[in-house]
Design a protein around this ligand. Structure first.
Ligand code: SF4
Length: 345
């Protein structure tokens, strides 16, 4: 499948198709990964640039418009290959928790996505120097085991058809048993999943949401049923699977929706086959929320009057506690306590 096929939902008839333009840093024009990615987009216009920030960090960009017709930027990451896990993220009990930013931005368009508050542009940046990321992980592994999330600031599996990064990380993880990888996604592409070989230290993690939430707030993402079908496929293949009910959004009928979501999930997925599950209510740093609200002035989900708790905005302790307790109660019907990871702030 050519890359443009998975991107067709992004562009309207009045705009250029997604990735109609691909910006490439001069230094990596001949990089083998650059060549591989470009081969997936034979009719895109290629533009040579000095540095990805020349395009990505320009002032006065229109994020919403770019989101409808994003360009691709191929770049080289020069530093910060690994970041320590942020306080708003779950560590799943791992002591040495890191994440890597192999790409910035995502082909989906979730209204609540913190990336809109984090980046000045909706264009998608992909760093092609994978080997430098691998070397950085190997340096850490010399000191201690590593738990690494590689699909936080993007959705790598959703872009696997033209990136092939998940396959490369699977093979890297196979050579480093003391590394545990988490690859989080909302994607649903059985064809791609069937090409991947499982590794016991690579957790595929699906974020699950009720369909009514997906339709309202998670634009262009696959349905719940499609995501669950993909979980069935990878469980059959032997992958460890995590399910993430995160972010849990506060809406009028959140409790009913959540209960229905959990019931549907475990009707399709045998609970004993799941490695673990996480739950967390929506939370976001104050700075990201400020920018996010500007991008989405009409979005009920981001305009909620959150409580600002030392720079982290959330629903407030009373409501958070109520939502988390209910979610915990529902999940406990299917999963033992030691498989449940709850973000309480
Ligand atoms: S799938 Fe995740 S990374 Fe992509 S837009 Fe939605 S929240 Fe953001």
């Amino acid at each position: 499948m050519k890359g443009k096929n998975i991107l067709k939902h992004l562009s309207s008839d009045l705009l250029n198709p997604a990735f109609s333009h691909i910006y490439i840093e001069k230094a990596i024009l001949d990089h083998p990964i650059t060549t591989r990615i470009l081969s997936r987009f034979p009719i895109s216009r290629q533009v040579e640039i000095a540095h990805y920030k020349d395009v990505f960090c320009r002032s006065r960009q229109n994020y919403s418009l770019q989101k409808k017709s994003p360009s691709l930027i191929l770049a080289e990451k020069k530093e910060h290959w690994l970041y320590e896990g942020a306080a708003v993220c779950q560590d799943f009990g791992y002591r040495h928790f890191y994440y890597a930013s192999l790409a910035m931005n995502c082909i989906y368009d979730c209204e609540y996505c913190y990336l809109q508050g984090m980046h000045p542009s909706a264009h998608i940046v992909v760093f092609v120097n994978l080997k430098d990321f691998f070397s950085a992980v190997e340096r850490e592994l010399k000191k201690h085991p590593v738990y690494l999330c590689i699909s936080y600031d993007t959705d790598l599996l959703a872009m696997e058809a033209f990136l092939g990064y998940v396959k490369e990380w699977l093979s890297f993880a196979g050579r480093h048993p003391e590394l545990v990888l988490e690859i989080r996604t909302k994607s649903a592409n059985p064809k791609i999943l069937n090409t991947l070989n499982p590794q016991e230290n690579v957790i595929l993690a699906w974020t699950l949401s009720p369909d009514s939430i997906r339709e309202k707030f998670e634009h262009h993402t696959p349905s719940l049923e499609q995501r669950l079908h993909c979980i069935q496929i990878v469980l059959e293949k032997g992958f460890p699977v995590r399910i993430c009910f995160d972010p849990l959004l506060y809406t009028k009928n959140w409790a009913f929706l959540f209960q229905e979501l959990v019931e549907t999930t475990f009707r399709m997925i045998p609970s004993h086959r799941i490695k673990d599950a996480s739950v967390g209510v929506f939370r976001i740093t104050q700075a990201y929320l400020k920018r996010l609200r500007k991008q989405r002035p009409n979005s009920a989900v981001v305009q909620y009057p959150f409580i600002n708790d030392s720079g982290v905005c959330h629903y407030g302790h009373e409501l958070t506690e109520r939502m988390i307790s209910f979610a915990f109660e529902q999940l406990r019907k299917y999963l033992p306590e030691d498989k449940l990871f709850i973000w309480k702030g």
